[in-house]
Ligand binder design. Structure first.
Ligand code: GRF
Length: 195
């Protein structure tokens, strides 16, 4: 599969996918990385791996409709079969969502439907998990629809919340497992597509 990645931040999940493709653990290829943040680690990681990348955001396209067109154009031009949102902080536009319906996946650092929705990202999620006294949290990979974190769940794995966890320590353990789940899930999708 040709994978298009959208990412806003550090890109550690992107790096895990790249590493798995280089190691032939995945037969897929990352064909383009799109970031709304021109200084993101995700863009540096794409550069280092010689993967085409593009900065597309409200800065490059002030009109949301044109931004949607530009994102869809990049994904189509690079022949993406599936799209993976690896820490992407923006909502996709209706044209991209419709064209790639059922083929866009997101990873979320909690066990949805708990701790999802607007504002639930990064440390906010882990903070909320600790404040709610949860004993178990985890990671969810789900299909993307027009709302935040509501699409069909395709994979989940759990992580124990330790009594002395801080949002940082919990985040680190969740992210360790997240990278593995992301790669495992893409591998399962490869199998499904080849059946
Ligand atoms: C991940 O924990 C992901 O679940 C969330 O944002 C984080 C991205 O991290 N949506 P990175 O940019 O892949 O390092």
């Amino acid at each position: 599969m040709n994978i298009g990645i959208l990412a806003s931040h550090n890109g550690s999940n992107l790096q895990a996918i790249i590493d798995a493709t280089v190691a032939n653990d995945l037969s897929s290829k990352v064909v383009v990385v799109i970031s709304n943040n021109s200084n993101s680690g995700a863009i540096s990681k794409a550069k280092n791996a010689n993967i085409p990348f593009k900065h597309l955001s409200g800065v490059t396209h002030g009109n949301p409709d044109q931004l949607d067109d530009a994102i869809l154009y990049e994904l189509k031009t690079n022949n993406c079969d599936i799209i993976f949102l690896a820490g992407y902080m923006k909502k996709l536009g209706p044209k991209t969502l419709t064209y790639y319906q059922g083929k866009i996946y997101n990873t979320h650092p909690a066990l949805l439907p708990k701790f999802g929705g607007k504002g639930m990202y990064g440390k906010n999620v882990h903070n909320a998990v600790i404040l709610a006294n949860e004993k178990i949290t985890g990671i969810t990979i789900h299909l993307v629809d027009k709302n935040y974190d509501t699409g069909k769940i395709v994979a989940q794995t759990s992580v124990t919340v330790l009594p002395n966890d801080t949002p940082n320590s919990l985040c680190n353990r969740v992210m360790d497992k997240e990278r593995k789940l992301v790669v495992e899930t893409i591998k399962k999708l490869e199998t499904l597509i080849n059946e």
